[in-house]
Design a protein around this ligand. Structure first.
Ligand SMILES: [Zn+2]
Length: 176
């Protein structure tokens, strides 16, 4: 749950606390949590109007069992190179990919939120100069799950390095 709070429904309505049935339609919103990381909340149909008005993303979904996710260990520098390329791209699909990558890298604490205004999300790398700005897109949990797998194959550390599961969990410590 700590790794993927927004990849699957929480199984309950955040407003009325009612448990959501398997297969029940519900609404999910992604907001910036108190710790600056994305936090996901789910709402049943009856409580949809009680969802936060300001959100990073909002989508209609179906409650279901959380998927079992492989935990790929990624190389932050390679991931950021990929992000640079996606951000610079004029291709709309790649820009959407950039937004997904940013959410994933924030979740993994490679990047940190600065703000989200006017449909643009700004992030920074803790301890480093520079900002990344990505246009917000509508995303679904399925897209996030798929992108996480993709990211794992694109920027995974090699087998020896992946023995260190905390490699991207902590603040970057290497010097620039
Ligand atoms: Zn409810």
């Amino acid at each position: 749950m700590r790794d993927w709070p927004f990849a699957a429904t929480s199984g309950g309505c955040s407003a009325c606390r009612r448990g959501l049935a398997d297969g029940e339609r519900c609404w999910s919103v992604l907001v910036e949590g108190p710790d600056g990381l994305p936090a996901r909340f789910d709402f049943c149909e009856a409580c949809r109007d009680r969802a936060p008005a300001v959100s990073l993303s909002r989508w209609r979904t179906i409650n279901r069992e959380p998927p079992k996710l492989p935990r790929a260990v990624i190389d932050p520098d390679v991931a950021l190179e990929l992000l640079e390329r996606l951000v610079a791209s004029g291709d709309e699909a790649e820009r959407k990919l950039a937004y997904l990558v940013v959410l994933l890298l924030v979740r993994r604490r490679v990047l940190a939120f600065v703000d989200a205004e006017g449909g643009v999300l700004t992030v920074r790398r803790p301890g480093r100069a520079g900002r990344w700005r990505v246009a917000e897109h509508r995303i679904t949990p399925d897209e996030l799950v798929a992108m996480d797998r993709e990211l794992g194959t694109l920027v995974a550390l090699d087998a020896a390095s992946s023995e260190r599961p905390e490699a991207v969990a902590a603040e970057p410590t290497e010097t620039a």
